[in-house]
Design a protein around this ligand. Structure first.
Ligand code: SF4
Ligand code: SF4
Length: 299
């Protein structure tokens, strides 16, 4: 069976995640499974169904439409995913868009046409396209086809990656077409990385070191600041030493955003990590001290 590539969202006119005005494409599926994932709906490569409680008028139409008895008004997540076959009947009858599929397929041409609607804005602002997720490099063959089309149009390409990819395939299918890489470095200790991201990190660090040798490519290491996990003094100090040893001058610091927690509710997933507060000023100041000497923006 050929692997499906699903896209969760396309965000036009974005001003983050790369220079200028950008179109962000969020791919579904990731080889890691970080307990704090800010886009939990992109972790699984498979299509899912989401329930938006705030839109629901409790009219009961979905209950009648579901032949599989997967809908239960007394159940915390509303839909029992073990019974749901993703038939979509409840979505069709819902008058309030309280039920939606997460992830759909796009033909390459369809996606390119959407992206090219904003070509003029990319040109005027120095912007382009950013592939995010999930992990866009989980879909290298599809991404290769997309990038080849976009490069014919001279579109600037940025990829946000967890770094957990097959380097040979990456070098052949992706590297020739990409202009900028945001490369996540999360946890220095391999065992802690395994504990919190469900995979060891040797491949990630090795891919990073290989990438920064490429003089033609801009690579920005980015550190997600997750309280008690990545944003510990020990982890950040070890990462800072490591980056200094590689003569890296500029980094991205990604502050923790607790808004992701409500997304897990929508897709019916129990979260292992529950911090509901943003980073406080004291935590931020400590982090700035650890990374003094580096250039970073918006933190
Ligand atoms: S998608 Fe189909 S099976 Fe799943 S809850 Fe809706 S109607 Fe039931
Ligand atoms: S059909 Fe939609 S609005 Fe009506 S109960 Fe179901 S989810 Fe809520």
């Amino acid at each position: 069976m050929t692997k499906r590539t699903l896209i969760v969202d396309i965000k036009r006119n974005a001003l983050d995640d790369g220079p200028g005005i950008r179109t962000l494409i969020f791919f579904k599926g990731c080889p890691l499974s970080c307990v704090w994932c800010q886009n939990p709906e992109t972790k699984s490569p498979n299509q899912e169904i989401a329930f938006y409680r705030e839109n629901c008028a409790e009219c009961g139409r979905c209950l009648e439409a579901c032949q599989n008895k997967a809908i239960d008004f007394s159940y915390r997540y509303r839909i029992d995913r073990s019974l749901c076959t993703l038939c979509g009947e409840c979505i069709k009858v819902c008058p309030n868009e309280a039920l939606k599929f997460v992830g759909r397929e796009y033909q390459i041409r369809e996606l390119v046409d959407i992206i090219l609607k904003d070509k003029i804005f990319f040109q005027n602002s120095g912007g382009g396209v950013t592939l995010s997720g999930g992990e866009p490099l989980y879909h290298m063959e599809y991404v290769n086809q997309l990038l080849r089309e976009l490069k014919k149009e001279n579109i600037h390409i940025c990829i946000e990656t967890s770094g957990y990819y097959n380097r040979e395939k990456f070098n052949e299918l992706i590297l020739p077409y990409v202009d900028l890489i945001y490369f996540d470095l999360k946890i220095f200790d391999p065992n802690l990385h395994l504990k919190y991201c469900k995979a060891r990190n040797e491949k990630i660090f090795s891919n990073f070191e290989s990438l920064i040798k490429n003089q033609k490519l801009e690579v920005l290491p980015r550190i997600p600041l997750i309280p008690e996990i990545t944003a510990t003094e020990e982890n950040l100090t070890r990462l800072a030493h490591y980056l200094k040893s590689l003569n890296i001058k500029k980094i991205g610091l990604l502050p923790y955003n607790p808004l992701w927690l409500s997304k897990t509710e929508k897709i019916g997933v129990e979260s292992e990590y529950h911090r509901s507060e943003w980073l406080n000023n004291q935590e931020k100041e400590k982090i700035k001290t650890i990374f003094s000497g580096f250039e970073y923006e918006n933190f």
